[in-house]
Design a protein around this ligand. Structure first.
Ligand SMILES: [Zn+2]
Length: 359
């Protein structure tokens, strides 16, 4: 996370210089260890460097921050959320600052080491987390202004439907927490999934906390953010496989975001009076398989052939392995999928941006 040292912070030198120095020592240690970034106006850091009780090590760190300030401007610009350390007492809030969210915090509100630790990215399971962060890393690498940015985060696997409980528990700490879950919505007007997305949303409403944020992805499941070219590349396909050609066709349609990709569909899914069934009935024409002669035999019927359960794992492994070799090129694609990718990238970039280690 980027910590912006507000110019007004210099007033602390009259109020409580010892507390200011102690805070700077902690933040500089976090910066040295590659956990956070420090950003400020040049003149603010120049004055802070003059604090008499600052350790030589923190002094060296702040000097390095000062030298690299210009290079960090593009990162500051790319962040959609950042921490602003301000002068005053009992300040702990999140407000809009133009295009950004600003987490304002006064030094008296910083207790313990949580805030200086690696930010936590909370996900439903490790495969989802590897997939989301893989997408973020590839998009960050693909953008000229963010290329080469280091990330520091700890992936926390919430354990499926236990994720809301974990999120609530983490809200009781002072860690920086960014939670990413899918919405589990299986048609455009569907309510958020009752197991995870709805409880996470509710927690966010009931107990908002400046240092935590949740992203609820507008899709059924993480798989719905896979681009067919990722599958082609990860599974080494020729691209002419009939199931794959079919998948490519679905990807172009609105229904893609809501399609339970790992579940077989039968005639029953396209029939009935519920909002969900009415939606899928309206999409029936896109599914090529001729309908069963009535009555449908549910056990044998298959109008959509599901993806293998291991697909997401293979894709996320492939994306992450590619980061260190020839990066998988994130394609331009339809807006509903790519807008979720960019939300993930903006969030991961902002919550986990860090710098190289400073000795
Ligand atoms: Zn059938």
């Amino acid at each position: 996370m980027l910590f912006y040292l507000d110019h007004d912070l210099l007033k602390e030198t009259d109020v409580n210089p010892a507390r200011l120095t102690e805070f700077l020592e902690d933040l500089c240690a976090a910066r040295r260890n590659g956990r956070h970034l420090i950003f400020s106006e040049k003149k603010t850091i120049e004055v802070l460097l003059g604090l008499p009780d600052l350790s030589p090590r923190a002094h060296r760190t702040l000097s390095a921050v000062l030298r690299r300030l210009r290079g960090k401007l593009s990162i500051y610009r790319a962040c959609t959320v950042y921490v602003r350390v301000v002068h005053g007492t009992q300040i702990f809030s999140k407000t809009r600052d133009g295009e950004k969210s600003k987490i304002s915090i006064s030094i008296d509100m910083i207790r313990g080491d949580d805030l200086f630790s690696k930010p936590k990215i909370l996900v439903e399971n490790r495969t989802d987390g590897d997939f989301y962060t893989g997408i973020a890393k590839l998009l960050i690498a693909q953008e000229r202004t963010t290329q080469g940015l280091s990330l520091a985060y700890e992936l926390v696997s919430g354990g499926g439907s236990q994720t809301p409980r974990e999120y609530q528990a983490l809200k009781n700490s002072d860690y920086l927490v960014y939670c990413i879950v899918d919405a589990d919505i299986d048609f455009p007007g569907a309510d958020l999934g009752g197991n995870t997305a709805a409880p996470v949303y509710k927690i966010e409403q009931i107990s908002p906390k400046p240092t935590t944020e949740a992203l609820i992805l507008r899709c059924y499941s993480a798989e719905n953010l896979i681009h067919p070219s990722m599958i082609k590349s990860a599974l080494n396909l020729t691209g002419t496989e009939s199931w794959f050609v079919n998948l490519e066709k679905f990807f172009e349609l609105e229904l893609w975001s809501y399609l339970a990709l790992k579940t077989r569909k039968t005639c029953y899914d396209f029939f009935g009076g519920s909002d969900k069934n009415l939606y899928w009935a309206s999409q029936r024409g896109f599914f090529g398989t001729p309908p069963c002669p009535p009555p449908c035999i549910k056990e044998k019927c298959s109008i959509y052939t599901p993806l293998r359960g291991t697909t997401l794992e293979k894709v996320s492994e492939h994306l992450n392995n590619s980061i260190t070799s020839i990066p998988f090129f994130m394609p331009d694609c339809k807006s509903d999928v790519s807008s979720e990718w960019h939300k993930i990238k903006d969030g991961v970039l902002s919550w986990a941006c860090s710098g190289g280690r400073i000795s």
